[in-house]
Write a protein that binds this ligand. Structure first.
Ligand code: PAF
Length: 268
């Protein structure tokens, strides 16, 4: 099977992109942390629909993990990821930590607006880490478009804000959540779940779909077997501010054992 070439340096990445640009080709980037599943492959398809060359970046970004979080045990499987991508990707960019954050690195990007609340209340370091690495990836690859999943809905809004505020000439494409047959949102972290936990995890999407209020849904998550609920929030879908007359989104984060799961969907 044809496997995509893997480059590990920004210089190598730029050489490929420069050659494609010379040929007038449109370039898409799909930023990931690897451990690819069908949800990621769907993001790759979205890029392929809109561009002639697709780069998948694979980088487990230490800046978006707090010291007590799962950076060390986050699944890493570069060769298996390359096999899964096969001919779907034209290039994998898999930099080392030292390539992205060399000795003396001291720059951080902080996005306000949609970063406030929700994930930030529980993972205060998270969006600065994401915004910094995404800005670096976008500047390194300079693609025409980049695809992100709605699974991380707040992240998607933060990235849209970042790209607008820095006037980066890159289209940000949001792709719908891919779900398992029982509706569990696909996530690399689902690999942490044992069979009992996996059964509980599958109830989150049903609870969000049928929620009548934030309080009712939070209680239902605990009753279903989640050990704790970080939040259930019904927000304005565009700003994540208080819900008004416009489209609404319900978002939740809850833990089972050591695993933290998030999900979100439209709320009627
Ligand atoms: O959504 C993710 O997998 C990550 O947060 C991202 C966007 C690749 C940045 O590390």
């Amino acid at each position: 099977m044809e496997l995509p070439e893997i480059v590990t340096t920004v210089r190598g990445l730029r050489a490929h992109v420069a050659a494609w640009r010379k040929d007038g080709l449109r370039v898409g980037l799909v930023p990931t942390m690897g451990a690819l599943h069908a949800g990621h492959l769907f993001l790759v398809e979205e890029s392929r629909k809109r561009s002639e060359r697709t780069i998948v970046s694979i980088f487990v970004n230490p800046a978006q993990f707090a010291p007590h979080e799962d950076f060390d045990r986050y699944p890493r499987a570069l060769q298996a990821d390359a096999q899964k991508l096969g001919a779907r990707a034209d290039l994998i960019f898999a930099p080392s930590v030292a390539e992205m954050y060399p000795q003396g690195y001291a720059t951080q990007i902080e996005v306000g607006g949609p970063s406030r609340g929700l994930e930030t209340d529980f993972r205060p370091h998270f969006f600065a880490g994401v915004a910094t690495v995404v800005a670096k990836l976008l500047i390194a690859a300079q693609p025409d478009l980049a695809v992100f999943g709605e699974k991380d809905y707040q992240q998607l809004l933060v990235i849209r804000r970042l790209v607008a505020d820095l006037a980066l000439p890159i289209e940000i494409v949001g792709a719908p959540i891919m779900r398992e047959p029982d509706g569990l949102a696909m996530s690399s972290r689902n690999a942490y779940l044992g069979p009992r936990e996996r059964a509980i995890a599958g109830k989150m999407n049903v609870i969000l779909r049928t929620a009548t209020s934030e309080e009712q849904a939070a209680r239902a998550l605990l009753d279903a077997g989640f050990d704790s609920v970080d939040y259930v929030a019904i927000c304005d879908a565009e700003t994540l501010g208080p819900a008004g007359d416009g489209p609404k989104r319900i978002l939740a984060a809850a833990k089972i054992g050591g695993t933290r799961l998030i999900d979100n969907m439209e709320h009627k």
